[in-house]
Write a protein that binds this ligand. Structure first.
Ligand code: G3P
Length: 225
């Protein structure tokens, strides 16, 4: 399962890349707006940091298929071929996905709230479909269940498209999909910080260190012995 950061803050991206096995970065227009900076300037900085092979997902803004295709060309030209163009799963979006598939530009079907949207994105040639787990929960449905249904639909229909689940509020939701074998998840820094967040874990490590220090002296680790 690919693990991506859903954010555009370079400080957070650097911090999380330093700690965790991260495969790339996803952004959306709202995330970019939070930076208050020129979007291409931010995205080029992210690309420069993560490297030209890493996954970077960037959303097209136009509302019609022709405009989405133009956005896609501009995005890939500026940010490289390893960039997935996020296309909203609306009727014009499916048309854009079909056109971009023919041109060899990879897309991520985004704003997915229903399995039918994901199915159509896959049939239209998208590499990923991104169900919004928490936003689906907030509508009174079960976001994890929807993501699992989409995974099942892809498997049953032998579609190559992968689930890239997004919009999480806690680490348990991420783990649920990890167990189910989806293609990827993208999580905000605040959610990633909860992946390993348990007083019992910290306490166990503290006891190991303190016991060792009784033997070797305070602040002494294996490297100093
Ligand atoms: O990029 C779409 C998704 O990540 C949105 O997440 O947290 O704004 O619901 P959120």
């Amino acid at each position: 399962m690919r693990l991506l950061i859903d954010d555009a803050d370079m400080g957070e991206i650097r911090r999380l890349y330093d700690l965790y096995p991260i495969d790339g970065v996803t952004t959306n227009p709202s995330i970019l707006a939070k930076t208050g900076r020129n979007p291409y300037e931010v995205l080029k900085e992210i690309r420069g940091f993560i490297g030209k092979e890493a996954d970077l997902h960037v959303q097209a803004i136009a509302r019609d298929a022709e405009g989405m295709v133009k956005d896609a060309y501009a995005i890939v030209q500026a940010l490289g071929e390893a960039t997935f163009v996020k296309i909203p799963c609306i009727p014009q979006g499916f048309k854009a996905m079909k056109l971009l598939k023919k041109d060899g530009i990879r897309t991520t079907g985004t704003a997915v709230y229903t399995p039918m949207q994901a199915y159509l994105a896959a049939k239209s040639g998208a590499s990923y479909a991104a169900p919004y787990i928490n936003r689906i929960d907030d509508m009174g449905y079960d976001g994890i269940h929807v993501a699992k249904e989409i995974q099942d639909i892809f498997e049953v229909n032998k579609l190559d498209t992968m689930v890239l689940a997004a919009s999480f509020k806690n680490s348990q939701q991420v783990l649920e999909l990890c167990k189910y074998g989806v293609g990827g998840v993208t999580a905000a820094p605040a959610v990633m910080d909860k992946f390993v967040n348990n007083a019992a874990i910290t306490a166990a490590v503290d006891v190991f260190v303190k016991d060792f220090e009784k033997l070797a002296g305070e602040g002494v680790s294996m490297a100093e012995l």
